[in-house]
Design a protein around this ligand. Structure first.
Ligand SMILES: NC(=O)c1ccc[n+]([C@@H]2O[C@H](COP(=O)([O-])OP(=O)(O)OC[C@H]3O[C@@H](n4cnc5c(N)ncnc54)[C@H](O)[C@@H]3O)[C@@H](O)[C@H]2O)c1
Length: 379
């Protein structure tokens, strides 16, 4: 394949970040947009210079000019949409989380393998330059053998232009029984994927306490990961700070990733936001010298551009894209294992998860959500 003619289904909130990497790729032609909201799709097509607009995925899939499809629809529709693209014999990239259950995700992976088409799951964290830099340093032995991985997420408030322009209807399907869980499923899935990826080591078991916070937030949460190596552990924490203004060009959140090794320490000091005035990657070397990597692109949006570019590059080169369906299934299992560990207050093996698990009290009733919104002064 020398060029990729792409169709995109779903032009909601996240499309503005995902589409850029495709529009600017010299070997990609974005040929069509598809969304049930016709006027919105036509508007976006005019802005992005996309020639065709569809309102039904089947119609877009019948278009012989389309080689591959990017799926940016709500997560509960991923299975139906991915299977339709595969059945049409086209390559497919799907936003995280891959699906609402492990069973569905495995079905999608098997269908792609049987059809001989590429299924990759778009994981912007795998293409966020500071995380890529940290992973490369770890692979190069800069901290010796990793012994601890620590991932902290804090969600606060943001008055960024991006946040102000988010369409509220993009949240409805995240808050009810169309989703198996809340924030851990929707956002922490990035970090469930990153925790094994950054040290190239699988996680076998998890212990966790997940508290129900306001709205769909599951905070505070604390989890402990047992990796496949005895001498490597991980911790993950999630905090919700609704009255904390986050410095961010995107969502009101930020993350820090710390990997301790036998010979040194690596710190990725930002991700979604830019809370700390520090170099995005810092290496505390075994010889006592601190290296600050200031020339790494720390814009969170760069991860989306890199992820879209990577899909096209892989279709052209024939390489296997990061992340594969199998990696996406494991991230999903780790997420559900975290819910299960909290629900049962006991360690849960990640590979024991075959379907899906919801946290206690999920989903909230409409009245509960309204009370949460009132308490937060949102209504
Ligand atoms: N950091 C990230 O990588 C990131 C961030 C946000 C969202 N996401 C993921 O991206 C996906 C979309 O999220 P969003 O926030 O943009 O949601 P959204 O609700 O804002 O957008 C979804 C779009 O899909 C359209 N749609 C719904 N059903 C359709 C159908 N049957 N056919 C065609 N179009 C249909 C809607 O009209 C809407 O425009 C989700 O899977 C979400 O988890 C990823």
């Amino acid at each position: 394949m020398k060029r990729v003619r792409l169709g995109i289904v779903g032009i909601g909130n996240i499309a503005q970040l995902n589409v850029l990497g495709y529009l600017e790729h010299p070997q990609c032609d974005v040929l069509a947009l598809c969304d049930t909201r016709k006027e919105e799709a036509e508007h976006k097509a005019a802005v992005w210079g996309v020639p065709k607009v569809y309102t039904a995925l089947d119609d877009m899939l019948a278009d012989p000019d389309i080689d591959a499809v990017e799926i940016l629809t709500p997560t509960d529709l991923h299975k139906e949409h991915v299977l339709a693209v595969i059945a049409a014999g086209k390559h497919v990239s799907c936003q995280k989380p891959i699906a609402n259950s492990v069973k569905d995700a495995l079905e999608m992976v098997a269908a792609a393998n049987a059809a001989g088409v590429t299924l990759r799951v778009s994981e912007c964290y795998f293409h966020y330059p500071p995380l890529l830099k940290a992973r490369q340093l770890i692979r190069d032995g800069a901290i010796g053998s990793p012994t601890m991985v620590r991932i902290k997420t804090v969600v606060g408030d943001s008055d960024s232009e991006f946040s102000r322009n988010l369409q509220p209807e993009g949240y409805a399907w995240r808050f009810d029984n169309r989703s198996p869980g809340g924030h851990l499923f929707d956002d922490m899935i990035h970090k469930f994927a990153t925790a094994p990826w950054i040290v190239d080591t699988e996680i076998q078991s998890v212990q966790a306490i997940v508290r129900q916070g306001p709205l769909f937030f599951e905070a505070p949460t604390a989890a402990i990961f047992e990796y496949a190596r005895e001498d490597l552990l991980g911790t993950m924490e999630v905090a919700y700070a609704p009255r904390m203004q986050m410095r961010s060009s995107y969502y009101g959140a930020d993350e820090f990733f710390e990997v301790q090794g036998t010979d040194g320490l690596i710190w990725v000091t930002r991700c979604t936001g830019e809370m700390l005035d520090l170099a995005p990657v810092m290496l505390f070397r075994g010889d006592g010298v601190t290296e600050s990597f200031t020339n790494v692109n720390a814009d969170w949006g760069a991860g989306f551009i890199g992820s879209s570019r990577h899909f096209i590059d892989c279709l052209i080169s024939g390489e296997t894209p990061d992340m594969t369906g199998d990696q996406a299934v494991k991230a999903l299992q780790l997420c559900f294992a975290t819910y299960e560990a909290s629900n049962t207050r006991s360690p849960v093996r990640v590979d024991s998860i075959e379907t899906s698990v919801s946290p206690a009290g999920w989903p909230k009733t409409g009245d509960q959500l309204l009370r949460d919104a009132q308490d937060l002064g949102l209504v």
